[in-house]
Design a protein around this ligand. Structure first.
Ligand SMILES: [Zn+2]
Length: 238
């Protein structure tokens, strides 16, 4: 059976002398790892279509439970500008790692596919990379269910008020925090600024077209970024 898909290359790894293992986010099958025979040879039919971030129409064969093989790959859009900009490329690749790590294989996720395609298209023509990257990061985690509810207490579900807390992967109201949190020396439970929470919530819902127009304070971007890092470290531990 021949399968076909619209696919964005998330990463590729050398395999043997001239082969590649390519990880894609596809529109039809979600996260897919496929095998490409000899793309590293000079006259390969694949050309540069297996490079990270390339958006292609691919065809592949093989039994589902085995590593399936790419037989055709035609570039729809290369996102070359992102690849040529090393700093931006590193930033985006780091974020795309979240998909590789947390999206179960072969689970179709149209929302995630369209989000990624849309953000890549826009970030290419913008200088507000940090905005796009942060937006992408938060929304990948939201779609995959790794981001805490920013509106309601993670225990009693009441709306979060001025005094809100972060505890072990959740935002909590004051009363649940006092009842349940472990108030030890480890810094995993703490009060969170309501402004910060409100910003997180509204930023995660911004229209994508907005991201290239608004300048966000650099400190705030760093704060959100380090919150996400901390939250992910915590979530993985639990
Ligand atoms: Zn509560």
């Amino acid at each position: 059976m021949i399968y076909s898909a619209e696919a964005i290359v998330l990463e590729n790894r050398d395999y043997g002398e001239a082969d590649l293992i390519v990880t894609y986010l596809t529109k039809e099958f979600g996260l897919l790892t496929l095998f490409a025979k000899s793309p590293r040879k000079i006259k390969s039919k694949f050309g540069s279509s297996l490079e990270p971030l390339t958006y292609s129409k691919i065809a592949f064969i093989g039994r589902e439970e085995r590593l399936q093989k790419i037989i055709q790959s035609d570039i729809l859009y290369p996102f070359q500008k992102i690849r040529d900009n090393f700093k931006l490329y590193l930033m985006v690749s780091d974020t795309l790692n979240l998909i590789i790590k947390f999206l179960p294989k072969k689970e179709k996720n149209s929302e995630l596919f369209h989000l990624l395609l849309h953000v890549l298209r826009e970030v290419e023509n913008s200088d507000k990379w940090e905005n796009y990257n942060l937006f992408l990061k938060i929304n990948i985690l939201k779609i995959l269910g790794y981001f805490p509810d920013m509106m309601h207490c993670g225990i009693c579900r009441k709306s979060l008020q001025k005094e809100s807390f972060y505890s072990k992967g959740f935002f909590l109201c004051k009363s649940c925090f006092l009842k349940n949190a472990n108030h030890s020396k480890d810094k995993v439970d703490y009060k969170i600024s309501f402004h910060f929470l409100k910003f997180l919530n509204s930023f995660s819902k911004w229209p994508i077209s907005h991201l290239g127009r608004v300048k966000i304070n650099e400190k705030l971007i760093k704060k959100v970024d380090s919150f996400i890092k901390e939250h992910m470290a915590m979530t993985i531990k639990l």
